[in-house]
Design a protein around this ligand. Structure first.
Ligand code: IPM
Ligand code: MN
Length: 355
């Protein structure tokens, strides 16, 4: 047997548990074929725990998660909890506490998947966004003054550190070299307005570029990059950017690769643990209906295998995902796949068994 991995599973809220179950089904199918072993340990975090017991993310859970090889997350978000509480106190806290400083979001259009972009196909949409994941506006600094009055002042601070920028850009250059595709790294900023923050990113980018002469580089302001992602996505190979811009542009990325039914991401500490998740939310209206598309969660599991260094297993699962997308699914939206959630998982497992 190759490695045995300890995987923390956080099914979370809404449809999270349903999609996570199919991700695990795929991993177990891979395990039977490649001899990679998994020990799953479930952690019940999310809106239900918060509403019934007041529990968000206890210290001892963070300690346990730190020791795991990887974390597989479904979704966090509950209609009865005010926006911001679960997100900040669970999802973002995990990113900060475990220092998961890279948010890796591939934007890949697989054959058989519809993109809303006219005249674009799989050969045009194949890039990766490296989003800084622990700083910027997400650091959450700021405050309200004279709240609730007509004189109210709101301050939302953005924190950018040299260390945070450097480790993120270095990761992106390394990835660009390793991907070995166009070997082109685009820095996305807003240096005509954010004259301190984007300037720091720009200088560090230029400095590190000297260490990667085989990689060509470009700079784009985030507003222009949003247009280019739609008009000429084929120009991109790896894009590196700050936390907020990365959040926004990866939703464009998700839709051009077929939507939240397929978009997955990894929150990675290259020196520690990593957490993989479907990009979509908890989709409460579909909870328990066997209608939600589990492909994004299965793609997250695939990224996890790749991150763990299990290349053969990752390849096998990728092949199965591509086969289901190309041969079986009618669409990627919930309730429009031509199959139920569990049946999509069965299809993936079937290709793995046969492949
Ligand atoms: C994401 C999400 C989160 C973010 C939310 C849920 C806090 O949109 O992972 O992209 O803004 O990072
Ligand atoms: Mn987002």
């Amino acid at each position: 047997m190759a490695g045995i991995y300890h995987i923390a599973v956080i099914p979370g809220d809404g449809t999270g548990p349903e999609v996570v179950a199919e991700g695990i089904k795929a991993l177990e199918a891979v395990s039977r074929r490649c001899g990679v072993g998994f020990r799953f340990k479930e952690f019940h975090l999310g809106g239900d725990q918060y509403l019934s017991k007041g529990i968000l993310l206890p210290e001892e859970v963070i300690g346990e998660l730190r020791e795991m090889d990887a974390i597989f997350l479904g979704a966090i978000g509950h209609p009865d909890v005010k926006p911001g509480i679960l997100e900040r106190e669970i999802l973002l806290k995990l990113r900060f506490e475990l220092d998961l400083y890279i948010n890796l979001r591939p934007v890949v259009l697989f054959p058989g998947v519809q993109t809303p972009l006219k005249d674009k196909g799989p050969e045009d949409i194949d890039f990766v966004v490296v989003r800084e994941n622990t700083e910027g506006l997400y650091a959450g600094g700021g405050g309200s003054f004279k709240k609730g009055t007509l004189d109210e002042v709101a301050i939302q601070e953005s924190i950018t550190t040299r260390k945070g920028v450097e480790r993120c850009i270095r990761y992106a250059f390394e990835l660009c070299r390793k991907r070995n595709k166009k070997r082109h790294l685009t820095l996305c900023g807003k240096n005509n307005v954010l004259i301190y923050e984007s300037d720091l990113w720009f200088r560090v980018f230029q400095e590190l570029h000297k260490e990667y002469p085989e990689v060509s580089s470009g700079y784009q302001n985030v507003d222009a990059l949003c247009m280019w992602m739609i008009k000429n996505p084929e120009q991109f190979d790896v894009v590196v950017t700050n936390n907020m811009f990365g959040d926004i542009i990866t939703d464009i990325g998700a839709i051009i690769q077929g939507g939240l039914g397929i978009a997955a991401g990894g929150n990675i500490n290259p020196e520690g643990t990593a957490m993989f998740e479907p990009m979509g939310g908890s989709a409460p209206k579909y909870t328990g209906l066997n209608k939600i598309n589990p492909m994004a969660a299965i793609a997250a599991a695939q990224m996890m295998l790749d991150h763990l260094g299990e290349k053969e297993a990752a390849e096998l699962l990728l092949k199965a995902i591509k086969a289901v997308l190309k041969n079986d699914l009618k669409g990627l939206e919930a309730g429009r796949m031509g199959y139920g959630t569990r049946e999509v998982g069965d299809l993936v497992a079937g290709y793995i068994a046969a492949g």
